[in-house]
Write a protein that binds this ligand. Structure first.
Ligand SMILES: NC(=O)c1ccc[n+]([C@@H]2O[C@H](COP(=O)([O-])OP(=O)(O)OC[C@H]3O[C@@H](n4cnc5c(N)ncnc54)[C@H](OP(=O)(O)O)[C@@H]3O)[C@@H](O)[C@H]2O)c1
Length: 352
């Protein structure tokens, strides 16, 4: 796989760079150790226009200097090829992704996508490297290495839950009851009208509960029943979730805490993946969405708190940064993980 530049970096593109997730991609890629941001797109009408003049920047950090003056391109496979780009991050709306992503795959491009369009296809992994690293193998069923592939990350609220539940599977999860308190950035830009959400909560998010059920099963290979309630709240960033799980084996609170503490991501130098994916907060008032961190590793960590036990049920809260861990950061981590696996396999082949 010859996809590196002379400076050792890999050229990448971001599709949907003007959207909320796209902005986080640019924030995270503008100084990335492995990746060089070489192409960005918005919708076609923005082609050839300068990024900072087109974007409605919503992040609490300024637009990174290296990307301010980049010209937006159209989604164009020939241009990707001309620029030598094999890795593409997609932050496209699902209906656009549904036609664009398979075409990119056919043309040998490695797509790391946030869109839900391809998530439910059997050979398309919903990858979280700390949780289901083996799912990456499915890219071979898509035709890799002869062709490209699509690797997706989970829906934002599902990601937080999957990371926290993965190490608890060992206790036997029978069923779970989840309520989400989801920020408005989860709906993209411009998202909900202020008149609908200011001073209000909306007890319905289209397709969110269905996504959580299906995706948790696919990622965790878990047969447990999932009973979600997904609610939109007037907060900008970060999704809070309250969870009760019904557990088969007798466990104490300390067992759960120790399981989260000893859950580490090992065996890779991926710059975006934190060694400690779950962080428990002792103070009962936390975690809170206003502390949805942006830096690394914190934006990629899932915070838990308020751990309780009642009979055979365990209750807790969790906080996931929907745009970092639950979207752009998740895709970047997936691409890093893919590269680290390719390099490892390359080294092993050389030894043989
Ligand atoms: N927000 C989250 O927390 C979150 C979390 C996980 C996954 N996701 C998924 O990630 C994707 C992006 O979400 P978002 O929240 O960033 O959405 P968004 O703010 O609406 O951004 C959509 C992006 O796609 C571009 N786009 C729209 N129509 C297009 C077209 N016809 N052709 C090419 N580009 C087009 C937009 O460009 P213009 O600015 O030019 O219109 C914009 O850059 C979605 O599939 C979403 O479901 C979002």
């Amino acid at each position: 796989m010859k996809i590196k530049r002379n400076n050792g970096k890999i050229d990448v593109a971001v599709l949907g760079a003007t959207g909320v997730v796209g902005q986080v991609f640019l924030h995270m890629l503008s100084h990335h150790k492995w990746f060089e941001l070489s192409m960005i797109t918005g919708s076609e009408v923005r082609a050839n226009k300068t990024y900072c003049n087109e974007v409605r920047w919503v992040l609490p950090e300024p637009i990174p200097e290296p990307v301010k003056d980049i010209k937006l391109d159209k989604i164009d496979i020939n241009l990707l090829k001309e620029k030598g780009i094999r890795i593409v991050f997609s932050a496209l709306p699902a209906d656009i992704a549904r036609s664009v992503e398979p075409e990119l795959r056919e043309n040998g491009i490695y797509v790391f996508s946030n869109a839900s369009a391809m998530r439910y296809e059997s050979h398309v992994p919903i990858l979280i490297p700390e949780v289901n690293p083996g799912a990456l193998e499915n890219i071979k069923q898509q035709g890799f290495p002869t062709k490209g592939f699509v690797v997706t990350n989970a829906n934002c609220s599902t990601t937080g839950l999957a990371v926290v539940l993965a190490p608890l599977k060992t206790f036997g999860i029978k069923e779970m009851f989840v309520s989400t308190y989801q920020s408005v950035s989860g709906a993209g830009y411009p998202g909900l009208p202020a008149m609908d959400i200011m001073g209000n909560t909306i007890p319905y998010i289209q397709k969110e509960e269905e996504k959580m059920k299906v995706e948790l099963k696919k990622i965790l290979q878990l047969d447990a029943a999932v009973y979600p309630h997904c609610v939109r709240i007037p907060v900008l960033f970060g999704h809070l979730e309250t969870v009760w799980i019904h557990i088969e084996k007798p466990v104490e609170k300390e067992d759960i805490l120790e399981t989260w503490r000893s859950f580490k991501f090992q065996g890779s130098q991926c710059p975006t993946l934190p060694e400690q994916p779950v962080v428990y907060m002792d103070d009962e008032r936390f975690p809170q969405p206003k502390m949805s961190f942006w830096g690394l590793p914190a934006g990629m960590q899932v915070f838990t708190g308020r751990l309780r036990k009642e009979e055979d049920k365990i209750g807790f809260t969790l906080l996931v940064n929907n745009l970092v861990r639950g979207a752009a950061g998740g895709s970047i981590a997936n691409a890093e993980f893919f590269i680290s696996r390719q390099e490892r396999e390359g080294r092993e082949e050389k030894k043989v």
